[in-house]
Design a protein around this ligand. Sequence first.
Ligand SMILES: [Zn+2]
Length: 189
Amino acid sequence: MTEETRKILTLFQERRAVLEGHFLLTSGLHSSHYVQCAKIFEDPEIAARVVKELIKTFDNNQFSWVVGPAVGGILLAYELAKQLKIKTVYTERENGKMSLRRGFFIPPESKVLIAEDVLTTGGSVLEVADLLTKQEIEVVGVAALVNRGNVHLPYPAHWLLTLDLPAYSSEECPLCKEEKNLVKPGSRT
Ligand SMILES: [Zn+2]
């Protein structure tokens, strides 16, 4: 862990962005830990600092749009776009299907970075990628604040923190066996 990564991790802990308990993640998995990146974006100055560090991990910025899935990806995408001086939109689920709403339009052949706060399985990112690719928009990379799983994406991916936090299916979850109260702090509905 580099000095800068250590600082970022301390920041996450200070802002109580890493919680302990029994959580239902947006991926459907259960975990003893939840990463609440919204706590980082509570303070725009801290968010700007964190995103600036994330940008340093990019090897090239060959994209003109950043797209984040709602809700987790919106603020990260916005701050990335602001610092990189490019455009941003967000995707939302409409009847469960990832969509671009609100008149958002990205011209075909545009190069796009997908931004997500926390990568667990990469499920939402792949849904956004699928939506964009069908519109002949080119996905050139993925950026996240935290990678908390063993995510393998078919795009170059950048993140600030790797937090190796356990996640289980409900059948295998030891916390369910202990009958601990399950909390759903996520956003996917
Ligand atoms: Zn459980």
